[in-house]
Design a protein around this ligand. Sequence first.
Ligand code: KG4
Ligand code: ZN
Length: 336
Amino acid sequence: MYVLGIESSCDETSAAIVRMDEGRRDICANIVASQIDTHRLYGGVVPEIASRAHVEAISRITYEALDTAGLSLSDIGAVAVTTHPGLIGALLVGVNFAKSLAFAHNIPLISVNHIHAHVAAAYLADPDLRPPFLALVVSGGHTSLYCVTGETEFEEIGCTRDDAAGEAFDKIGRVIGLPYPGGAALDKLAYEGDATAFKLPSPALAGSELAFSFSGLKTAALNLINSANQRGEDINRADLAASYTATIVHAIQKKVDLALEQTGLGTLVMAGGVAANSHLRRALGDLCQRRGVKLVAPPLSLCGDNGAMVAAAGYFEYMAGHVSDTSLNACAADVM
Ligand code: KG4
Ligand code: ZN
């Protein structure tokens, strides 16, 4: 069946069509209208501006997706939309649009959790992927570990106590003058620096808990930058990027290693915008090779927010019988 996926939880408006059947996962169209250039002027996402930009883009890109796929709405078997978590005003645009489309054309409407959608990108990357597996979701809003026991069954077994890895990258990127969002720019800059130049506190909390805290790391890096400024010196940005990235990557690798040990799972899925980080991809690749675990790392185009992952997650929700009615609403929190 063809599933239309609609994503508007943050700063990308996306519409995609995927063809999903047993053993078949084709991305027929995946159109992403990014608002990054707009938000870059403010150093971060401005929710009101994000909502307005979604309103302007959503109809156009949905029809562009249909055109690209060579399909019409009568071919679509389900409309899947991200309903939570995210910026509430931004989510409401996608939810209202999907509702109107679904009910005007008599197509089943499916509610999708954004985090589950990030994980579902892995099914598009690897058609043979089946639960159970361990999923690491690292994004602008999340750093969590899930034991995925079924396509729609997620048990959170670890998370961050405060900031997410993506937020930690973006904050330091901004302070050292890199364009928003800082994650991708820090990734590149880190290759030019010495990862041992600065000793920073690990975001992996001590002990056997699968827990992270990024606030201490962020503060330590800010203190280094501020003290250099007070001495009238410029901090070596490449060294900081390399040390900061290595500290985050090492912490995530450590907790993933522990999670694999504790769960005994033989497959790891990495997902979310920060899963595009080349240092993290290499570190988790090494870890999985050492442990004899299969790693599924979606291509970069499926790591950031996109409609194809929403459509993939929506397919599984549909197959599980989870169809919504006209009362469907959006919710900023993780749980509806
Ligand atoms: O999943 P995503 O597109 O949106 C959320 O659901 O939050 O993730 C966005 C985050 C941003 O913090 C961005 O800086 C980060 O993903 N990111 C990266 C890289 N590419 C994007 N972080 C580190 N390295 C990258 N290459
Ligand atoms: Zn996301």
